[in-house]
Design a protein around this ligand. Structure first.
Ligand code: SF4
Length: 311
């Protein structure tokens, strides 16, 4: 069934990242995930120890380059592999692992600035926590944003502070909103990450997270399904005291419902989890990402649903 949703090149009913990139850069653009040897305040004791319960010792950088390699080597090695598939591809170096603004400004300059003016890069993506955005850091990122496109990826996971405590996030929703507003003050584009299926969250709580996030001044969203990796605190917690996991059908219908509350101008960068297969414990259905995306499309078409149609 053909639809009239404007922000797609492939008949989807949500605002695809592919559409955003092609419209803006008129070519194929790929992200290159880097490990810039940062740590995280939720690991080194300044906010917490052990990290968020779902996060492995890789600091959510499972697909990032090898931290023992120089950053430019990490970038060039992955770039060459991607160029074999997409010869004219442009790139966004993605500072993915750990908290990439958790350091003095001088360190940030050393890490970010070599990537500002590479001829095959169209911008930089920087993943971080809201409590690691100070006025000084937001201002600095704002100056970089005048030289290239800077995209900030901000973890939230849930608006519910009781869940944040259960997953040892060591950050509340108020802190998240303060960091977001500082970034917006300096004109930075922000992609928010949320997770469906966190321990003991109900359907209503997850929907509420999407509804509240849809009201924020954000430019993009990543919706993940919770996955339990074997090398995490969450795995130990689950083995000790199992909690209910979302079924595949529940996840798909929830995501479709959530998308209705996300305004159509917000880019949807991800709708699945992305666990390393060898490390994944549960849910095993989360591995088959393409079929999940296809079934989201089918359900939206069947019920004639579009992103943002309840906003
Ligand atoms: S804030 Fe990010 S890097 Fe730090 S423990 Fe949580 S998920 Fe991992």
């Amino acid at each position: 069934m053909k639809n009239n949703f404007p922000y797609t090149l492939d008949n989807k009913r949500y605002h695809t990242y592919n559409y955003f990139l092609k419209k803006k850069y008129h070519t194929k653009v790929a992200k290159v995930a880097l490990n810039a040897d940062f740590t995280c305040p939720n690991r080194d004791g300044s906010k917490g120890v052990g990290g968020c319960s779902f996060c492995s010792s890789m600091g959510a950088g499972e697909y990032a380059g090898n931290v023992n390699d120089d950053l430019m080597k990490q970038f060039n090695d992955q770039k060459e592999i991607m160029r074999r598939k997409w010869p004219h591809c442009q790139f966004i170096p993605y500072f993915q692992a750990f908290t990439n603004t958790y350091a003095p400004i001088e360190t940030l300059k050393q890490r970010f600035e070599p990537f500002l003016h590479l001829e095959d890069c169209v911008g930089l993506a920087i993943a971080t926590r809201a409590d690691c955005i100070t006025e000084e850091i937001a201002q600095y990122l704002g100056t970089l944003n005048k030289e290239t496109d800077i995209y900030i990826e901000l973890g939230l996971q849930s608006i519910h502070d009781e869940t944040s405590k259960i997953i040892n996030r060591c950050e509340d929703f108020e802190t998240f909103k303060k960091g977001l507003s500082l970034l917006r003050k300096y004109g930075l584009e922000v992609c928010v990450h949320i997770i469906n299926g966190l321990p003991y969250e109900t359907h209503e709580m997850m929907l509420e997270t999407a509804i509240e996030v849809g009201k924020l001044d954000i430019q993009a969203i990543k919706i993940h399904s919770l996955y339990i990796m074997k090398n995490t605190a969450l795995y130990l917690q689950y083995m000790n005291k199992p909690f209910p996991l979302l079924s595949r059908d529940d996840y798909i219908s929830l995501v479709v419902e959530q998308l209705r509350h996300i305004p159509s101008h917000v880019v949807v960068e991800r709708l699945t989890g992305d666990a390393m297969i060898g490390q994944l414990f549960e849910p095993q259905w989360s591995i088959r990402k393409t079929t999940i995306l296809n079934d989201i499309d089918k359900l939206m078409a069947k019920n004639d649903i579009y992103q943002g149609d309840l906003v």
